[in-house]
Ligand binder design. Structure first.
Ligand SMILES: CC(C)(COP(=O)(O)OP(=O)(O)OC[C@H]1O[C@@H](n2cnc3c(N)ncnc32)[C@H](O)[C@@H]1OP(=O)(O)O)[C@@H](O)C(=O)NCCC(=O)NCCS
Length: 157
């Protein structure tokens, strides 16, 4: 069985990230190379940027944002290359990450398109619940859900 590991993103990942972003997200929604670069530059300040790997090959990324003195962490973006999707690789990774985040953060939140059933399955299986429906949240007018999870020590995760 494949095992997903993670490491911190750095500028050498920029080309790969820009290309992967286009493969994971619709046009107009994908982050630009410049945005990715800015995010990498903010590591330790307001961003956790994980490159997800299988056998040392980059297969996806996860981006978390935080504010100083806030106990809410935001899962800002998550993507796995299509060839690695649908294999349950992300659940153990996210569980491990959230266990670690529980030390410094009380809650983790994210936004997801109402049509992105796959992502919703994943998040709900991890204990996220709907906090709010976000009407016309996306640039094309689609609604979103704000999902939230309390990061208290949870014996299941
Ligand atoms: C969303 C994404 C990160 C999920 O990763 P994944 O590897 O496909 O996730 P999993 O294999 O764990 O599948 C998640 C769940 O969705 C279910 N699922 C898979 N395909 C599905 C489909 N077409 N419809 C409904 N459910 C589906 C799986 O059965 C699984 O549920 P389960 O654990 O209850 O069985 C990945 O598909 C991706 O990168 N998508 C493109 C970018 C994106 O949408 N990111 C999220 C933005 S919020």
């Amino acid at each position: 069985m494949k095992n997903l590991t993670y490491r911190q993103a750095n500028l050498a990942d920029l080309n790969w990230l820009a290309e992967t972003e286009q493969r994971c997200f619709q046009q107009g929604e994908a982050f630009s190379r410049r945005t990715m670069q800015r995010m990498i530059g903010n590591i330790d300040n307001s961003v956790f940027f994980d490159i997800l790997e299988v056998s040392r090959k980059s297969v996806g990324y996860a981006l978390y944002l935080f504010r100083r003195k806030s106990t809410l962490l935001r899962l800002y973006s998550l993507c796995l290359l299509p060839a690695y999707q649908g294999q349950g690789l992300l659940k153990p990774y996210l569980r491990e990450r959230m266990r670690g985040f529980a030390v410094n953060y009380k809650k983790i939140g994210l936004e997801v398109r109402v049509s992105n059933i796959r992502a919703q399955h994943l998040y709900r299986a991890l204990g996220f619940t709907t906090e709010k429906i976000l009407a016309h949240y996306y640039p094309d007018g689609e609604d979103g859900y704000r999902l939230i999870k309390v990061l208290a020590a949870d014996p299941r995760f």
